[in-house]
Design a protein around this ligand. Sequence first.
Ligand SMILES: Cc1ncc(COP(=O)(O)O)c(C=O)c1O
Length: 396
Amino acid sequence: MTTAEIKKMADDYIINTYGERPISITKGEGVYVWDAEGKRYLDFVAGISTNNVGHCHPRVVDAIIDQARKLIHTSNLYYTEPQVRLAKRIVELSFAEKCFFCNSGAEANEGAIKLARKYSKENVDPKRFEIITMLKSFHGRTMTTITATGQEKYHKGFEPLSPGFKYVPFNDIKAVEDAITENTCAIMVEPIQVEGGINLPDKEYLPILREICNKNKILLIFDEVQTAMGRLGAMYGYHVYGVEPDIITMAKALGGGVPIGCMATKTKIAESLVPGSHASTFGGNPLACSAALAAINTIVDEKLPENAQKMGDYLKEKFLSMKDKYPVIKDVRGCGLVIGVELNVEGKGFVSECMKNGLILNCIGTSVIRCVPPLIVTKDHIEEALNIFEKGLASI
Ligand SMILES: Cc1ncc(COP(=O)(O)O)c(C=O)c1O
């Protein structure tokens, strides 16, 4: 099918939550994708920080094929080997001791919210239910995760919101302290706010949040849906900032492109979820777990966090030198391979121009260009992207 034919069918049959899309992607390999007309693009969106191991990594493809031949789905009424193997691997690589599997980031955050409330009611104080989240955060699109998300634009029209959430500005310790009451059970925060505009924590912010949580017997939840799996230059964002949460959520890159989410925590906290208290039909499905196991092992074996750190530093440095040359660049910020280039103008036209020249980028809000390439990216890919990026800047 051509892009025009696909677009027509999308208009006819798909609820228009994503607006008009510029191209239809039909194939991916490594850091490249191809559209329906066969044009190749360098993919610096990577399925929105999801294709960390690149498109169709052979180890992930082989794992999916092998598993699909054996068992695609059963249910959580029964054990499966891929599920327990994946849980063990996640535990080996993190502070966590127990995992719950689901299918998306929003669902992982729902699980974290449920667990934080149940654990706190049972172990700290039955009055506890409130969760403090940050302004400009993003936690998902279910009713409770849009409520957790500290951005009004995601709430509009869907009220009434879920009760029990309070918002404070990111990086503002005093606001957190003021927001805590005897009902507070958790603070939920992204190590870096990516969807909120690529906002980095101040050096002391996360360590002080940890101290506040310890002092008040409040759980610290890190939403690492977009930052886990090597993206920030370490397996998890919390490794970069040296602060251990009580509960962590991950999704996106976990499955190497196959939908899967996970909420993980310490055994003592996990014990509040008992048989019947939480579940998912597809959560921990053998196909998704096999893909995720292959993706995680690839991230470790190919040292992708280290590459993310190295390539991220290189890319950021190059953008910073472009900033000196092009006043249209207002700011360059990021960590590992999450880099934002904030423009003084709307980014939409710039993104289209880069796409025309073979580079896929996207714009967060109106003017922050997000660069989140696959973590397998090389200097050659980055040079190729920078040439197109600079051409785009010159055209503004
Ligand atoms: C930090 C964060 N949390 C949660 C989500 C929601 O994940 P999903 O779209 O898989 O539900 C996202 C998605 O962008 C995210 O970036």
